[in-house]
Design a protein around this ligand. Structure first.
Ligand SMILES: [Zn+2]
Length: 329
C-alpha cells in the first residue's frame, strides 16, 4: 500500500478518517494497520493490501470471495496484448484519450489485468475486490506507481463519495446479491461530472444458460470445492476448445465462410471467443460454474437500474448475449 491511498479512504463503519497506526516499510507499506480516528475500528494491511472484509457474516458473500479467489489465483497469468484488446472492447466507446489524467475505480479487479492495461493512461487507479485475488493483483501491479489495491465489498466501500472521474466494473455486478444496489453504490463514488462503464450478463439469447446451465451451477457446482469445479471446467474446455478452433474460428478468419455464422449455435459469442487460448476459455467456463450468485438481466431490467441513477446512458447489446453500458452522471 502506498501512503497516498489514504487520501481516498474513509472508515466504512462511520465515514471517519483513517490513519496509519503502525506500519513497516516505506514507500510501499507491506504490513501494518489503519485506525479510524472516530470509531477506533482497526483494519489490517496484509501483504501490501488494506483489508476491509473481516467482518462479513453473509454466507453467499463469503463463498463468492472464496470461489472467485481460487479461480483468479489458478488463472493468475496476464496476457497483456490480448487483455488490452478485450478491455477496450468491454468499455467502448471509452478510449485511451478519454482516460487521460483521470482518477479511476476498478470495481471487481480480480487478478489486476485491467489495472495493468489502464495504468499508463490514468492519474490514479484503485482496484477493489472481495476475494483473495487482491494479493495476485497486488503482485501483478506493485511496480506501477499509480495503482492501488484494497480488499472490500462493492456495497461496503471504504472509499470517499464522489472522488472518481471514471468507474468501471466488468463482469462483476451480476455476481452481487443485488445488481441494482451495487450500481447505486458505484454511482455514489463517482464525481458529478464522472462516468461509469459496466459489462453485465444479458438474459436475451441466454435462455439456454438460464434454464439449462444455471440450475447446474445453482444446485450443484457452486457447492463443490473449487478444486473439483476446476477439474470439471478443464474437462469441459477439452470438449469445447476443438469445436471453437475447428468450426467457429474459420467463420471469423475466412470471408467465404461467414454466412455459416447464421446457422451456427450462439455464433456471435462463440466466434468472439474462438480466438482465445485454452487457459482463457477454461477460466470463462470455470467462472460460470463457481459463482454462488449470477444474474442474467434483460434489457428492460438493466435500463430500469441505470435510469434510477442517471438519465444519460448508452446501452449496447454485446455479442448478442450481454450489455455494455456507459453511464454519464
Ligand atoms: Zn470509523
Amino acid at each position: 500500500m502506498k501512503k497516498r491511498l489514504l487520501s481516498y479512504l474513509y472508515c466504512p463503519h462511520c465515514n471517519g478518517e483513517l490513519h496509519l497506526s503502525k506500519h513497516m516499510d516505506e514507500p510501499e507499506i507491506l504490513a501494518g494497520s489503519l485506525l479510524c480516528g472516530t470509531c477506533q475500528q482497526q483494519y489490517e494491511i496484509t501483504n501490501g493490501v488494506p483489508i476491509f472484509t473481516r467482518f462479513y457474516k453473509d454466507h453467499k458473500i463469503k463463498l463468492t470471495a472464496q470461489n472467485f479467489g481460487y479461480s483468479w489465483q489458478k488463472f493468475s497469468k496476464i496476457n497483456k496484448g490480448f487483455y488490452k484488446k478485450q478491455f477496450f472492447d468491454w468499455i467502448k466507446p471509452v478510449n485511451e484519450n478519454f482516460l487521460k489524467g483521470k482518477v479511476v475505480l476498478d470495481a471487481g479487479c480480480g487478478k489486476g489485468r485491467h489495472l495493468m492495461t489502464i495504468s499508463p493512461y490514468v492519474k490514479e487507479v484503485i482496484g477493489v475486490d472481495i476475494s483473495d485475488s487482491v494479493f495476485v493483483a497486488y503482485n501483478n501491479t506493485k511496480h506501477l506507481p499509480n495503482v492501488h489495491i484494497i480488499q472490500a465489498d462493492l456495497n461496503y466501500l471504504p472509499l470517499k463519495d464522489e472522488i472518481f472521474d471514471y468507474v468501471y466494473s466488468i463482469g462483476v455486478v451480476h455476481h452481487t446479491e443485488s445488481p441494482k444496489t451495487t450500481i447505486y453504490n458505484l454511482h455514489k463514488k463517482t464525481k458529478k461530472s464522472g462516468s461509469i462503464s459496466l459489462w453485465i450478463y444479458g438474459k436475451e439469447n441466454n435462455e439456454w444458460i438460464v434454464y439449462c446451465i444455471d440450475p447446474v451451477r445453482k444446485f450443484l457446482t457452486h457447492y463443490m470445492p473449487p478444486e473439483i469445479i476446476h477439474i470439471i471446467s478443464f474437462l469441459l474446455t477439452l470438449l469445447l476448445f476443438p469445436i471453437l478452433k475447428i468450426i467457429y474460428l474459420p467463420t471469423v478468419k475466412f470471408k467465404i465462410l461467414q454466412p455459416l455464422g447464421k446457422v451456427l449455435f450462439y455464433h456471435a459469442y462463440l466466434s468472439y471467443i474462438s480466438e482465445f487460448d485454452f487457459t482463457e476459455i477454461n477460466s470463462i467456463i470455470c467462472d460460470h460454474l463457481v459463482a454462488p450468485v449470477s444474474h442474467y438481466l434483460s434489457k428492460k431490467e438493466v435500463e430500469d437500474m441505470v435510469s434510477i441513477n442517471s438519465s444519460k446512458s448508452n446501452l449496447e447489446w454485446h455479442n448478442k448475449n450481454s450489455w455494455r453500458i456507459l453511464i454519464a452522471k
